[in-house]
Design a protein. Structure first.
Length: 214
């Protein structure tokens, strides 16, 4: 089988498995809760911990990618930092219990690092971004970002649900819709991280204009 055809089959197989996994996750939801039970979606509940785990995995995957792919090291490092900040944000309830320390403090520390790192490596970061936005994995990451930052926040908006449900509205409905949508947005982002690191374009990545990422 020609190399391009083999890669196409491998990619189609991976995405089919991703789709089946998400289908299985969605189909299992009715079996995970009892009638009127919102514990699964509570602050520091199982869903938030799963969200934390997904973004923590994304941070690790991008970190490994930064280590293994010097031509893309700057961009992958930034992705790893962004994923770590998102993971910390999901654990805000834990950090809020620690005197003085809130989740914003470690997140701000990572953000300052990211800004400083970007400035230090600005000569190589720009070409890496220019290259990456023209690859397929960028679309997967972007789709995850749209689900997390826009769809989950707007569809799960309390005012919108109040208008739609009227007297049947309950604040817990908002949390359920928002948390489930965020969860699958994080999952798509994680799949994007996997696709980013697996993306096979070594000839282009190793070209001199991307720099060495050091």
């Amino acid at each position: 089988m020609p190399n391009k055809h083999r890669l196409a089959v491998q990619t189609l197989t991976r995405f089919s498995l991703y789709t089946l996994g998400m289908l299985a996750g969605l189909a299992s939801l009715p079996h995970l809760v009892e009638p009127g039970d919102f514990v699964l979606f509570s602050e520091n509940g199982p869903i938030e911990w799963l969200q934390f785990a997904l973004m923590g995995q994304a941070a690790v995957i991008f970190g490994i990618g930064a280590w293994k792919e010097p031509p893309m090291r700057c961009l992958f490092t930034q992705f790893s930092v962004v994923s770590a900040i998102a993971a910390i944000r999901e654990m805000d309830g834990i950090f809020d219990r620690i005197p003085v320390i809130r989740w914003e403090i470690p997140a701000a520390g990572l953000l300052i690092f990211a800004i400083g790192y970007s400035w230090r490596h600005r000569a190589t970061l720009g070409p890496q971004v220019d290259y990456f936005v023209r690859t397929a994995p960028f679309g997967v990451l972007w789709a995850g970002f749209i689900v997390i930052a826009l769809i989950a926040q707007l569809v799960g908006h309390g005012r919108f649900l109040e208008l739609v449900m009227g007297d049947d509205y309950h604040r817990d409905y908002k949390r359920v819709i928002e948390e489930i949508t965020e969860l699958f947005g994080y999952l798509i982002f994680l799949l994007g991280a996997i696709e980013t690191v697996l993306f096979d374009d070594k000839d282009h990545r190793n070209s001199s204009h991307l720099g060495n990422g050091q």
